[in-house]
Design a protein around this ligand. Structure first.
Ligand code: SF4
Ligand code: SF4
Length: 96
């Protein structure tokens, strides 16, 4: 398991495990090094599950509430720099 997956599971526990592994879902994948931290995606997200985080003094968008994401793609459409791509997560694996 990758470190990011372990971190998400540690935070969200059984609810996320159940949803991720029981059904297919679409989630935004954010290419963090290319993210400018402009916040357009954060403002566009209806359930407010995206936020700006700061690492080493640099802002970037992050999906902080994975189970709350509806897969609506508004963040992907709003990003002016095409930093977000939607990926299908099926049985715990990304599908392209
Ligand atoms: S897909 Fe929709 S709900 Fe999920 S993070 Fe993007 S805007 Fe928010
Ligand atoms: S809209 Fe794109 S560049 Fe701006 S914060 Fe979101 S992912 Fe980063």
């Amino acid at each position: 398991m990758r470190q990011c997956e372990a971190s998400i599971l540690a935070t969200h526990g059984q609810c996320l495990t159940t949803r991720l592994y029981a059904e297919s879902m679409w989630l935004p994948r954010i290419d963090t090094p290319r993210c400018t931290g402009c916040g357009w995606c954060v403002a566009a997200c209806p359930p407010h599950v995206l936020s700006l985080q700061v690492d080493d003094g640099r802002k970037h968008a992050e999906l902080h509430d994975v189970p709350g994401c509806t897969g609506c793609r508004k963040c992907e459409r709003q990003c002016p720099f095409s930093v977000i791509s939607m990926v299908k997560v099926d049985d715990g694996h990304e599908r392209f």
